[in-house]
Structure formats: structure tokens, C-alpha cells
Design a protein around this ligand. Structure first.
Ligand SMILES: C[S@@+](CC[C@H](N)C(=O)[O-])C[C@H]1O[C@@H](n2cnc3c(N)ncnc32)[C@H](O)[C@@H]1O
Length: 391
């Protein structure tokens, strides 16, 4: 029988309630609706979860709740994104496997879940800044030549910012922890683009002139400096990786840059995932600066539901077929008692049909209120949390 639970209008659960969730906790008593004071942003973005911005991430505590409720032995996330499921599974002590079609998202996940020699990492992060900004004119000229013909970079960065990013990129090549340094570089590049402060997610064109800033309620000027971001995010990355090292367990976590429709997953008894939507976000495009700066391979043609394909009837039908293919493929690796938790804003009512065609029945459908109060895109909507079982 399917349980459909609407969000509770009463008091939301205090945070400590998470720790008391066990397999005996009934699904009806899970409260997935938190107010800011119950689950403040600092907890939603704890340790490595905020190593780099990523649009489309789910709340890590949702993953934690279902790990506590179902106590799995192996977890899967076919749409791993920036790694929320894998990071939480590792903290919980359960081995996990994820896939994502975007190589940059896989880089983020792998950097978050990797185990580091913390002293060596600190030395490299600090050393990279020293090396990049020692007065090596040759390196600077080399970097300028490398990017001269890359129009995206020259269009979106002030020359001083691009020079600093280039020097850093060249300094980190071949380092033991180069991937961490790449993530620091990418985060600094994101902040150093010629954009307005209020539109870092989807800037439409480079902002060259001073502008009225809705975020700061004053006139602001686009930045010409990347070095201060590299320094700030170096410190922040080290702090976050150290915090995570204190809570993570020593279990395997594997991320593959692969298409979820065809990847051969290992056996698992719990899937926790949030799929891309129809025509909403281009997951490669949101990190275009990283692809350009780091020379990462672009596989956006295999992205399901990409914004560039729109929301026409044809795009929706293709999306449904793709999701059915993903979940059929995932189903072939699941143990008989496995559960699939799908967190999705199902505004087009597609997921009942997708579950059925992929060979699942809906055991529960929980609804949670998503209340985004910050930013210019403040919204409120109901998100579904489906729990599926194989038919
Ligand atoms: C909503 S996001 C997942 C976010 C994730 N739950 C997190 O918290 O970071 C959906 C992800 O699906 C990925 N994706 C889209 N098409 C894919 C495909 N064919 N195979 C694997 N991943 C794909 C996108 O790159 C994106 O990262």
C-alpha cells in the first residue's frame, strides 16, 4: 500500500531526532520539514558539503534519515551530482557507489570522499599559493599564451584575474593532491568571473561596468582579482576536509563518470538519489568556467533533461524514457529487499508512471515543503520523497 504523507503543519522535529531514527521508526513519524532554526544553513552545508557551490544539491540530512531508517549494506546513487549521498554514506560507515555524467561533478565527489594525509595536503595547498605567486614571469607569459585563444575565459575574466588563475593552474600541475587544488581553483574562478554579485548561478553576459547590486543594496563593481579568492578558498577547503576527516569512516566510496542508463552497478540494497528535471538545469553549463580552465571533457549531449532541450511534449517523453532506462538498469543490480528513495519535485506527475514502467511499486510517497527564503529566486514548493520496491 502506498502511504502519501503531506507535510506536517505542526512543530518540526528537533535536530536530535535524527539520531534516534532506527529501522523501527515508522515512516509516518519521519518529519522531513525543518524550519531554519531546526536545521540552519551551517548544518546543511557542513564540512565538505560546501567545498564548492553546486546548483541542484539535496539536503544531506535527508540522506542521513534514510540511512538510519534502512541500515543498508551497500548504497547507490546513479545521479551522484556533487556527492551528497556518497559523503553521507561514508560518514555513516556504509560503502557506496555513484555515477554522474558530468566529469566536474565527479571530481567534486571524489575530492570530498577521498582519504587524505592531512599534513601533506596542508603543505601542498599552502605551497601551491607560494609557487603560483612567486615572481615567475616566464610562467605568467606561458599561461597567457595558453589561454589567448580561449574566448570564454578572456570574455568572462578581467586580465589580472585570468593571469592569477592561470599562474595557479600551472603551479598545481602534477601535484599529489592536484584534484583538491583544482576544486580550489574552480571555486575561485567562479567568484572571480565578471558577474554581478546577485547572479553567480546563471550569469547571462559578462558585467564590465559598475552596477546596482540587489544583494548589497549599493553600487558594486565586478572584481578584477582572483588571488584573494584562491587564498580564502584554500583555507576554507583545508578546514572542511579536516572537519570531515573527524566524522568519516574507513569504508569504500567509488564514483564513476558514466551514463546511468548503461553503467553496470554492483549489488546494492539502498538507492538514494535525486534525478535531473525536465529542461531546468544544464549541469555542465553551470560550471562552464571549470571545464574551460581545467580542460575537462564535456559530455553534455548525454545529460538527461538538459535545459537546452526545453520542456516540449517531445522533451518530456524523451525524459520519461531515459528515466525508465536508468531505473531499469539500476534495478538489475538490486537485492530483492532493496529500496529506492527518489527525491524529486514531481510537478509534471511523471514519477508514478516511471516507477511502474521501470518495474517498481511505490511503497511510500512523502511530501516535504521546500522553502527557499534566500536570494532573488526565493520559492516555496512541495517535493516528493518516493520509496520504491521492486515488483
Ligand atoms: C539533481 S542532480 C543530483 C544532485 C545530488 N543529489 C547532490 O546532492 O549533489 C542530477 C545529476 O544527474 C546528472 N546526470 C544527468 N544525466 C545523467 C546521465 N545520463 N547519467 C548520469 N548522471 C546524469 C547531472 O549531471 C546531475 O549532476
Amino acid at each position: 500500500m502506498t502511504t502519501v504523507l503531506a507535510p506536517r503543519q505542526t512543530e518540526s522535529a528537533p535536530l536530535t531526532a535524527f539520531e534516534s531514527i532506527t529501522p523501527d521508526t515508522s515512516i509516518e513519524s519521519l518529519n522531513l520539514n525543518w524550519r531554519e532554526r531546526d536545521l540552519p544553513q551551517s548544518l546543511r552545508t557542513k564540512h565538505v558539503h560546501a567545498l564548492h557551490p553546486y546548483l541542484g544539491k539535496f539536503v544531506p540530512q535527508l540522506v542521513e534519515i534514510f540511512l538510519r531508517k534502512y541500515r543498508p549494506e551497500h548504497v547507490l546513487d546513479p545521479f551522484a551530482g556533487c556527492g551528497t549521498t556518497l559523503v553521507e554514506a561514508t560518514a555513516f560507515g556504509v560503502p557506496s557507489v555513484g555515477t554522474d555524467i558530468s566529469a566536474f561533478n565527479c571530481l567534486l565527489t571524489s575530492v570530498k570522499t577521498h582519504r587524505y594525509d592531512l599534513a601533506a595536503l596542508e603543505q601542498e595547498v599552502v605551497g601551491a599559493l607560494d609557487e603560483a605567486f612567486s615572481s615567475d614571469q616566464f610562467r605568467f607569459m606561458e599561461g597567457r599564451a595558453e589561454y589567448k585563444r580561449k574566448s570564454y575565459l578572456t570574455e568572462w575574466f578581467a586580465p589580472e584575474a585570468l593571469a592569477a588563475l592561470t599562474q595557479y593552474r600551472l603551479a598545481i600541475r602534477g601535484k599529489k593532491y592536484e584534484d583538491v587544488l583544482k576544486v580550489i581553483l574552480s571555486r575561485a574562478a567562479r567568484s572571480a568571473r565578471l558577474t554581478t554579485h546577485f547572479d553567480l548561478d546563471f550569469p547571462k553576459r559578462p558585467q564590465i561596468e559598475p552596477y546596482y547590486c540587489y544583494k548589497h543594496s549599493r553600487t558594486c563593481s565586478p572584481t578584477r582579482d582572483a588571488r584573494r579568492f584562491l587564498e580564502r578558498y584554500s583555507i576554507d577547503a583545508l578546514r572542511r576536509i579536516r572537519q570531515y576527516a573527524e566524522v568519516r569512516r574507513d569504508v569504500e566510496s567509488r564514483i564513476e563518470c558514466a551514463d546511468a542508463r548503461s553503467f553496470q552497478y554492483p549489488e546494492a540494497d539502498l538507492v538514494i538519489t535525486s534525478p535531473p528535471y525536465v529542461g531546468l538545469i544544464d549541469y555542465h553549463e553551470q560550471h562552464r568556467y571549470a571545464y574551460e580552465l581545467l580542460g575537462i571533457e564535456d559530455q553534455s549531449d548525454a545529460e538527461i533533461g538538459a535545459a537546452k532541450r526545453g520542456v516540449s511534449q517531445g522533451a518530456q517523453a524523451a525524459y520519461v524514457d531515459d528515466m525508465v532506462a536508468v531505473f531499469r538498469n539500476v534495478a538489475s543490480s538490486l537485492s530483492p529487499s532493496a529500496r529506492v528513495v527518489v527525491i524529486v519535485h514531481d510537478r509534471r506527475n511523471l514519477y508514478h508512471g516511471i516507477a511502474q514502467r521501470a518495474g517498481f511499486r511505490i511503497e511510500h510517497e512523502l511530501r516535504r515543503l521546500v522553502d527557499r527564503r534566500t536570494g532573488r529566486r526565493a520559492t516555496q514548493f512541495h517535493e516528493s520523497v518516493f520509496v520504491w520496491r521492486a515488483v
